[in-house]
Ligand binder design. Sequence first.
Ligand code: ADP
Ligand code: MG
Length: 759
Amino acid sequence: MSKNKSSESVKVVVRCRPLSRKEESNGPAGGIVQMDLRLGQVILRNPRAPPSEPQKTFTFDAVYDANSKQRELYDESVRPLIDSVLGGFNGTIFAYGQTGTGKTYTMQGAWLDPERRGVIPNAFDHIFTHISRSQSDKQYLVRASYLEIYREEIRDLLDPNHGNARALELRENPETGVYVQDLTSCVCKSIKEIEEVMNVGNQARAVGATDMNEHSSRSHALFLITVECSQPGPDGRKHIRVGRLNLVDLAGSERQTKTGVQGERLKEAAKINLSLSALGNVISALADGRSGHVPYRDSKLTRLLQDSLGGNAKTVMVATLGPAPQHYDETLTTLRYANRAKNIQNQPRVNEDPKDALLREFQREIARLRAQLNHRKWRSKQKSEQVEDESWDGDQEKEIEDEEDEEVEKEGEDYVKLEEQRLESEKEAIRGDQDLMADEKQKLLGEKERMMVDLRKEQEATEQLTAKYKAMESKLLVGGKNIIDHTNEQQKMLEIKRQEIAEQTRKEREIQQQVLIQDEETLELRETFTSLQQEVEAKTKKLKKLYAKLQAIKVEIKDVNDEHVRSRQELEQTQNELTRELKFKYLIIENFIPPEEKNKIMNRLVFDPEEDQWKFQSLVPAESKSSQMKKRPASAVGYKRPISQYARVAIAMGGHSRYRAENIMFLELDMTPPNTASVDRSKDAEPNQSPSVDSSPTKEKGVRKSQSWCQTPKSMTSSPSNVSLAACHSATTAAAHGRLTDFSVRPTAGTQTHHHHLC
Ligand code: ADP
Ligand code: MG
């Protein structure tokens, strides 16, 4: 990358729209904005101030009054920037101003009226005309993207399902800077195509917006054009230059009213303001030059425009004004904002051979496809010549490569036709051959049939490849070839003359401005006074002038102070609202969310600075998943499920039956003899019951019962004795065989029927 470290300031131009009919009818006051086109000055009159108060004057790179034409603004202030982009610089144009002052008019204008086409359509014309008139050793690739930032979310306007697509993320690449991940980008071959892209985006922007004006005043629209140009350098290799152009229609700069709005609306207002106030802060920080930190990261907009403000891009800011007296405050704010932006220094440099150039990829792919195609054609040609019993000359492959594509294609088609005819005639011959056996005939015919199918398949594959190759190649624009320039010589001359005039006006203005500055400085040096009287007069005049200046500056200081106080009050108000909301949330958390739940949530939260959001950490870290899964959760040590302290005590005490069921899953068996059995037996001694059951050795060895029910002899006795003796018998016999272990741990235990089963 070539590094040209010369810096240049952001160009700032101001445009004032005519009074609208409504404003005209409001009163005879007229406009409050006057312009000196020759000097590039804006003179603002305060409609509320006494006439003695001096008017405010601001000087810019150029000013455009109500009578200005779109073309004038383009030729004087935008054309040089687009030329730079075509030469491989990054460029940005942004329109800044209150809603209704003509940002969209300046950027887009009325597309259908050639007189009122704005910066964007004129830039399209400019870019494609430039390509059509450039030398044929240049190859171009033009891409366009369109996005909007609304409530600090980036939306892709070219995404077909724009409505429900999720917001896009910003990423940073050390090579190319900040970019939008997954942003749709359309390769455009002509003015018509790029206009279509713009239309699609504009429609997507309007969809879902209940009021387009309202929506556009609250969102920023960015149209991005990337122009890649490849040209053979002196070293014989192709070099690629990439110019990126950002065309930005900002949200209305007026203060969003925050009085009386709450909750979501308040947050929305705060977010809408965020990008613009961040832009203001960035401009202030850059213009100031002293503060080292520039808060680019505060908003999506400033991150995207990072290159354009204090970076490596060339930037033009168009500040738009309305002339109506009722908007005096906003107009003044806009002028101050624009005035500050003048001081920003950029270091533009050409992007040469960047790694991410798409053009390079296209060239490689086209070369690959071309080689594949040539190989195929060479093969078919070889075959056809073999058929004609001609010997193949190795040089012919090269020959084909040099031939015009169409010729080769035609030859390929001819070959296919010939082959088909040959196979047909062979088939006929086989059919007509009397000497051949019937099944042999069939076999031969089948073979020929297969050959025909193969041939067709191959032809199809070649056609597909050709189509792909052509599609790829058509996307690359070759200088002076793909787009036909319809303008005739006379028109061209006219255009060039117009550009020269624009250039002339620009230079004149610059000189005028410089003269003005120098005049003030050197006037006194040149002055020689012949008499004391004259000196007094001159000095008085000068004093008056300086006094007026002093007054103007004093008023300015007061204004700035007032504005500062106002914005501070507004910020305080926002802060109060937000604090109120925060307190409300705390109240809910403290009263309705258990502390341990809150802690659990708090422990899982992490802040993602990239997305500026709190996020839930996944419960199981991705890398240690396997080892984590092996461990049992701490809450369940010794228990099947978490048990409260109270429940544990209750179990130990053997108290309330509610807690008895807690540990029915215990596998240890109770060693104490089941006294229920003896109670039951004492009631109705069964003759077939073995008397030795109680003292059976098996039982002493380890037949146990679950602890949860074994100590409840009382309930046993009162239970209904609806259990069959057979069951009791089988249970005891099973116990005798040492199988009772299975029986006693049945998890459904806990009801008295089961106790009896075990007796
Ligand atoms: P913004 O985008 O700043 O909200 P618009 O571009 O929508 O403002 O302009 C508001 C109205 O003013 C539109 O009807 C537009 O045609 C008109 N307008 C703006 N600037 C000019 C101008 N320089 N000449 C004539 N009409 C203008
Ligand atoms: Mg607009």
